[in-house]
Design a protein around this ligand. Structure first.
Ligand SMILES: [Ca+2]
Length: 266
């Protein structure tokens, strides 16, 4: 992560990213000027379009890495880099949270080998992630039920005096137009919750979309407890009724916790 001040030009953007272009044309750098207070809205508002476009990453290597001032090891949304064609998007791996989960989801593709081919739209044309594009497909997600918490958690882990109250959040991480999260209602006092809920996600750029799934446990008096998560690359999502294993906050797969879900493109 050394300084590239020699022979590089540095352009301050409207956002808190800085583009550094090395004069020899070998590499371009976008430097993260983010801080601990950064939130999702602000991350998604980052707009490099005015001085930086995807044609640059068709001819150059682009790497992005977290600013050293992120002393709490927070992260930015890696999709900001991916949807601009960045070949390398580094994240702080010490922590946990949705940006790391999305990264794990992205690299589950291609057999988990660590490399994912860029979609054609980032290779063949000047793609602007903020473009208003027609809906290409709609993903229909059905969440039937979940199980396994009773095996993987102590019976007082969620609620001391009653079974847990699970609800599921499901949504899309992708270009701004496709990004959204929806949630089921909480099923009260059930170790094996049955939601039987259908959500539809219209997608303008399914090539850059990931399906995010989180299970939370509702409490009236405190913030919800975490019950599991996973993130799946949409391009490799198999349709039909599926058993979806969930992972803990660090990304480790639970032994038993899983959801019964249905996926189809309509
Ligand atoms: Ca509860």
């Amino acid at each position: 992560m050394g300084s590239k001040s020699n022979g590089s030009k540095r352009v301050k953007m409207d956002s808190d990213l800085v583009v550094r272009g090395r004069d020899d044309g070998d590499e371009l750098f976008i430097e993260d000027f983010g801080n601990e207070a950064e939130d999702e809205q602000r991350t998604m508002a980052l707009d490099m379009k005015s001085r930086f476009n995807n044609c640059e990453t068709q001819r150059n290597l682009l790497r992005i890495y977290p600013k050293g001032t992120r002393i709490g090891s927070s992260n930015y949304n890696p999709l900001v880099g991916w949807m601009h064609g960045a070949q390398m998007v580094a994240l702080n791996m010490q922590g946990q949270g949705k940006h790391l989960w999305v990264t794990e989801g992205m690299f589950r593709a291609n057999g988990g080998c660590g490399f994912v081919k860029k979609p054609d739209l980032l290779l063949n044309r000047d793609f602007d992630p903020r473009e208003s594009l027609p809906i290409k497909t709609t993903l229909q997600v059905q969440i039937y039920m979940g199980e396994g918490w009773h095996s993987d958690f102590h019976h007082t882990h969620f609620d001391l005096y009653s079974p847990p109250d699970f609800y599921t959040r499901v949504g899309i991480a992708g270009v701004p137009a496709d990004t959204r999260m929806m949630e089921t209602t909480a099923i009260e006092d059930q170790w094996i919750p049955v939601w039987d809920k259908v959500f539809e996600f219209p997608l303008t750029v399914p090539e850059l979309a990931l399906l995010r799934i989180e299970v939370m446990e509702y409490d009236t008096s405190k913030t919800p407890d975490f019950g599991g998560q996973t993130c799946l690359p949409l391009a490799e999502l198999r349709t039909g009724i599926r058993c979806v294993p969930l992972h803990d906050q660090k990304g480790e797969r639970f032994k038993s916790v899983r959801l019964l879900m249905g996926f189809r493109f309509i």
